[in-house]
Design a binder for this molecule. Structure first.
Ligand SMILES: Nc1ncnc2c1ncn2[C@@H]1O[C@H](COP(=O)(O)OP(=O)(O)OP(=O)(O)O)[C@@H](O)[C@H]1O
Length: 255
């Protein structure tokens, strides 16, 4: 079982945004997708969720090719959290999170749905905010609501596009820990596009580094976050190491 793509290429306008991507995400693993602005991280996530059709190549969910699946079928397998700011519906926090149960409408009882939503609100520290309007929340609060909505969806695969970019340090750590727990306890597969390389190395089983629409490197963080790859993909010199077993990446002062 996996969420996978083979020989995926995407063109937008005259621009090739992804080229020859082979990738598979398996249940029970957390993969971080890293790369410079415009490298193609969001584009790959949109293709894997079926929101964008690739120009060539194919995407499969557990062996079934994407164009043959309905949106409802995709939603039972994949929970997608877009970059912050994409969602501006004027619903309450509790209504937004409840939307995550839509794929289970046929089998949910009212009380089961309420219990699941309540558990998700608690997990993302949203208790007491249930009646607040989503579009009046701060960026970080919105991200937590969108994570709770993905959590309650109980999909096998999670696609998270920069889910922690607006979170403060504590909530960032808690959100990534929660995703790690979901991966370990519930055996979901999670793909997270993220700019924080230290956090990526800390929480992911493996990293995929994109550069101009191609995979430049993939594997254990020690093999991906090398001086050569960081220079090539980001144009920086960086110090990479561990402190008490926790990985860090610190850019050097540029001359
Ligand atoms: N709708 C579009 N039309 C044309 N080009 C697009 C479109 N969406 C994205 N692109 C281009 O595709 C490339 C990849 O964009 P993408 O958003 O996937 O990058 P990213 O790695 O997620 O970047 P960031 O870190 O800034 O979020 C960029 O050059 C971008 O300008």
């Amino acid at each position: 079982m996996s969420l996978s793509c083979t020989a995926l290429s995407v063109t937008r306008g005259k621009r090739t945004v992804l080229s020859g991507i082979d990738f598979a995400l398996e249940p029970g693993e957390l993969v971080c997708l890293v790369g410079a602005n415009g490298a193609g991280k969001s584009s790959l996530i949109r293709c894997l969720d079926g929101l964008w059709r690739p120009g060539s190549g194919e995407v499969s969910i557990d062996g079934k090719r994407l164009p043959s699946l309905t949106r409802a079928q995709v939603a039972r397998s994949i929970a997608y959290v877009p970059q912050a700011g994409g969602d501006t519906m004027s619903l309450s926090v509790s209504e937004m999170v409840t939307l995550g149960r839509a794929p289970h409408r046929a089998t949910d009882t009212v009380s089961l749905r309420a219990r699941k939503v309540e558990a998700a609100l608690a997990r993302f520290a949203l208790n007491g905010m249930e009646t607040r309007a989503f579009d009046q929340l701060s960026g970080g609060e919105r991200q937590r609501v969108l994570l709770a909505r993905a959590f309650v969806q109980e999909a096998r695969y999670l696609l998270l596009d920069e889910p922690t970019s607006a979170l403060d340090l504590r909530h960032q750590l808690e959100a990534l820990r929660t995703v790690r727990e979901m991966v370990d306890e519930l055996q979901v597969g999670a793909l997270i596009a993220i700019h924080d390389l230290s956090a990526a190395a800390r929480f992911a089983d493996r990293l995929v580094l994109l550069e101009q629409g191609r995979i430049r490197a993939a594997g254990a963080w020690q093999n991906v976050l090398t001086p050569e790859h960081l220079r090539g993909a980001f144009g920086i010199e960086a110090r990479v190491g561990t402190v008490d077993g926790l990985p860090f990446v610190i850019p050097e002062a540029q001359g």
